[in-house]
Write a protein of this length. Sequence first.
Length: 352
Amino acid sequence: MGNQKKIIHIDMDCYYAAVEMRDFPEYRDIPIAVGWDGPRSVLCTCNYQARQFGVRSAMPAMKAKQLCPELTIVNCRMDVYSETSKHIREIFSRYTDLIEPLSLDEAYLDVTDATMCQGSATLIAEKIRADIFNELNLTASAGVAPNKFLAKIASDENKPNGQCVITPDKVANFVEQLSLKKIPGIGPKTFEKLNRHGYVTCADVRKSDIRTLQNIVGKFANSLYLKSHGVDNRALEVSRQRKSLAIETTLMQDITTQDECELVIESLYQKLLTRLAPHSNREIIKQGVKLKFSDFNQTTVETQSNECQQALFSSLLSKAYNRSNKRGIRLVGLTLGFADTPSESNQLQLSL
């Protein structure tokens, strides 16, 4: 690959559900989801049997039960998932020190200068997946590419328990055929809007220009144009200090009322708590709410806080919502800021 980067994106297959199926054989051949008890609970994840019924992560448990009456909802065991994740991270570290964890079940690895497996990123990814299976009885999928953007998309190509390699000479062809809905940041609503203007694949975007795209997707135009050419110059975030924890969701359809936003905050809050559990030793210093509007402008409201409080998120939402000026809301996010400590790893950003 010459001077080209060699990036691997490892993504565990339906991680929480897979751990449950491993530990409890009675779950292996039935549709299961991992979540909490209660009428307003939201699913963390589900296995592939459940997905065949249309069940998915971040879905209210009640809706999931309607789609799949046979669904078994298993209580979340965050301590087990966290402990297993440490073992997975240890496997990664055998091959490279350049690791950017995205969550308990997902990470980027930069193996550009790795010496294991004759320096082959493809062989390293295969070996990591084999180690995970042999030591933990869990499967992982991998994407191998010259940058983070392509590696992440590649890891989804042959799921579950698969691998996709995009060598530099294959980038142009791979990206050209790529549907725009696979690009992070393009939700169903934006994809629909791009379609109406004749943009379906990256090839369509490549024939256009940034100014034209700005009229359709606003500030996202530059990023979209670069990604459609397979360009992503982001380095892995492997600094030793995690500054914040954030979670956000792009909505299937724009919402317009504060009550609708409140329901999204409730589901995100539960998900945020599960992500926060492995970092219980960190001191929280602030909370924030982020809204992105239908015109792609966004606003963030933050305040000092020393614990993760749902009521405080609701209060911040009220201030953020007042800035909507009747615009639809396409994305809702929650953030926590941490105090500096010398021992923590890198910043963590999560997207649903």
